[in-house]
Structure formats: structure tokens, C-alpha cells
Design a protein around this ligand. Structure first.
Ligand code: HSE
Length: 340
């Protein structure tokens, strides 16, 4: 499987590290051999090599800060514009892992559409295009007869979408409710230990949990984008972030948290979607609620189903390898579709 990687930050590098570590077992167990034929970045150069880039050299180059450190090999093309790279790289799958823009979803959405025009499957870890332009992407995928997958956009590689869409196929899901933002869950957990908002925010920033623009996290917008993706994916709902009732943890004070604790309750930023709409807000949960026990950066989601009742999934919601794995999981799903 030839892949082009758009964006080579934490998630893209995590994905390539997983390939480096597991290439032999992926080939042996699943018959999957991944060749990276192109990598595009916003400010650290780009590379295209139709017969496959060397993974060790690629990680070494980005580790030194720029793809210009990748050694020259015959057939290597450097620093072409991303549109040309998508057209010319010969990839079977376009992996979109560039940074999330929740205002426009661009330029990533155009890159994905271009991928479909080139007959590529598209896999996203980037939430922006799926939250803002799902309809357009789904139509383009259908017209091209190619897969559109985006497991990593909700709960990183923890298989929230695969569980709902694949393992629970046949059940009717009436609602999904969860903790979909790891950084704010971490912040609430730390604030309950008595640490103040500003200190916790600096700590979460230093640990790399927050988005490039932290208001996306603390204002509830990151969780809202995931709620929109869930609503579209589970219910086919044609909604946007503006249709949701959204607030964040920035309206919760240390005093509020202490008051909840004294009452045997705990604040959690809860995203909820049903076929009729959805919301994101910090709510006080009794400690007996399964979501109240989910601490730190961990995410969780409960699907309300007709045949099984509530089904809850708990796992990582962010991180280098955790989200890198989501890209691999989607590639394996595409591989399975091809062989079955
Ligand atoms: N900033 C996000 C979070 C990263 O805290 O969950 C994963 O989408």
C-alpha cells in the first residue's frame, strides 16, 4: 500500500515510528506492506519518492528539524507544492494528519478532495475537514469509489467509530455520551487536587495535550468537533458545530470544583449526541457514574443501543502513538475491504 502523508507532526511521526517498529509483523500477520511515497509539511519541506522513502532516514531528517536533512537518492523530488505532490506521488492512500483548523478546515479539505480526484483512499486524523465538510468529502469518496476513514478524529486510536459502525452494526444507537477531550479532563482532574487553573493550563501545554490554539480545548470546541463527527457518523445528521449547545471548562472555577467534591460529585466535560442534536458542557456527575471515574487524559464513550443497552469504551484520546495507531487501523480496514 503506497501512502502519502500530509502533515508530519506528532501524529504523522507516531505513525511512521509504528511502521518502523512493526513492519515485519504487519506483513506477516496482515499481508500489509506500507510504502511512504510522499511526505508534505507546512514549513519543514516535502519529499516525494515514487518507489518509497526510507523510514529510518525520514525519521532521522525530521528529528533534525527539516526534511532537507533526508539524503539524496535517485528519483527523489524535494519541495514540490502539496497539490502537485498529491497529483504525482502515485499513492493509493492519502493520510491527512496536518494541524486542525476548526474555522475553515482548510487547506486539508482541498487536499482530501484532490486525493479522491486522483483515485486515492483518504484517511484523516485531522478533525477540521470531517467536522466542517463531511458531506462534500463523503460525496467525493462515493464518486471516486474510494474509502473515507477518520478513526483518529475521535478518541485517537481507541476504536470509537469502528465500534459503533462496525462491531455494533445491526444495533440501533439512540445516543452517544462521552469524555472526548483529554486535555480538559486532565485539567479537571488536577484542579480537583487543588491546583489552580493557570498552573494546570501551563502544565497541560508543557505536556503537549492542548491544541495549538488551547481555546479549542478549554472552550469545548474540540469536543464539539468530535461530537459533530460522531453525529454525522452514527446518525447521518447534517449538523455543524453551530447547531450544538457548547460551553467549556473555562466557565468552571476552583470553587465550583471544590463544591462538587464536597457534595460527592465531580465535574466532567461531557459531549452528548442524539439524532436530534447535541451539546458539550461541564456537568456535575455523581461519583457512581462510570464517566466520573475516567481520570487524566483518558477518554470514554457510552453508546446507548437497543440490543445491548449501554456499551462503554474507555481508552486513550490523544498522543503520538495513540493517534498514529488510528492511521494504521484505518489502513488495515482498507486492506480488509480490498481482500474480502
Ligand atoms: N487536544 C485534544 C484533546 C487532542 O485534548 O483531547 C486530541 O484530539
Amino acid at each position: 500500500m503506497k501512502v502519502a502523508l500530509i502533515g508530519f507532526g506528532t501524529v504523522g511521526q507516531g505513525f511512521v515510528e509504528i511502521l518502523q517498529e512493526k513492519h515485519a509483523s504487519l506483513a506477516e500477520k496482515y499481508g500489509l506492506t506500507v510504502e511512504i511515497v510522499a511526505v508534505a509539511t507546512h514549513s519543514r519541506g516535502s519529499l516525494m519518492q515514487p518507489d518509497g522513502l526510507d523510514i529510518d532516514a525520514l525519521l532521522d531528517a525530521i528529528g533534525k528539524g527539516h526534511l532537507r536533512h533526508y539524503p539524496h537518492r535517485e528519483g527523489l523530488v524535494r519541495d514540490v507544492v502539496t497539490e502537485t505532490l498529491i497529483d504525482q506521488c502515485g499513492a493509493d492512500v492519502l493520510l491527512e494528519a496536518s494541524w486542525t483548523n476548526l474555522q475553515t478546515g482548510q487547506p486539508a479539505t482541498d487536499y482530501c478532495l484532490r486525493g479522491f480526484q486522483n483515485g486515492q483512499h483518504v484517511v484523516l486524523a485531522n478533525k477540521g475537514p470531517v467536522a466542517l465538510h463531511y458531506q462534500q468529502l463523503a460525496q467525493a469518496a462515493k464518486a471516486a469509489g474510494k474509502a473515507l476513514r477518520y478513526e483518529g478524529t475521535v478518541m485517537a486510536g481507541t476504536p470509537s467509530l469502528a465500534l459503533a459502525k462496525e462491531a455494533l452494526a445491526g444495533c440501533t444507537i439512540s445516543a452517544a455520551k462521552g469524555i472526548l477531550n483529554g486535555s480538559t479532563n486532565y485539567m479537571l482532574t488536577e484542579m480537583e487536587r487543588g491546583i489552580d487553573y493557570e498552573t494546570v493550563m501551563d502544565d497541560a501545554k508543557a505536556k503537549g495535550y492542548l491544541e495549538a490554539d488551547p481555546t479549542a480545548d478549554v472552550g469545548g470546541w474540540d469536543a464539539a468537533s468530535k461530537a459533530v463527527i460522531l453525529a454525522r457518523s452514527l446518525f447521518g445528521a447534517n449538523i455543524t458545530i453551530d447547531d450544538l449547545d457548547v460551553s467549556g471548562i473555562d466557565v468552571i472555577s476552583s470553587g465550583d470544583i471544590a463544591a462538587a467534591k464536597a457534595a460527592g460529585e465531580r465535574y466532567k466535560l461531557i459531549a452528548e449526541v442524539t439524532p436530534a442534536g447535541g451539546s458539550v458542557k461541564a456537568v456535575r456527575l455523581p461519583l457512581a457514574d462510570p464517566l466520573a471515574g475516567v481520570a487524566g487524559t483518558t477518554n470514554a464513550i457510552t453508546f446507548e443501543t437497543d440490543l445491548l443497552g449501554p456499551v462503554t469504551l474507555v481508552g486513550a484520546g490523544a498522543g503520538r502513538r495513540e493517534t498514529g495507531f488510528a492511521l494504521l487501523a484505518d489502513l488495515l480496514a482498507i486492506q480488509r475491504q480490498k481482500v474480502t
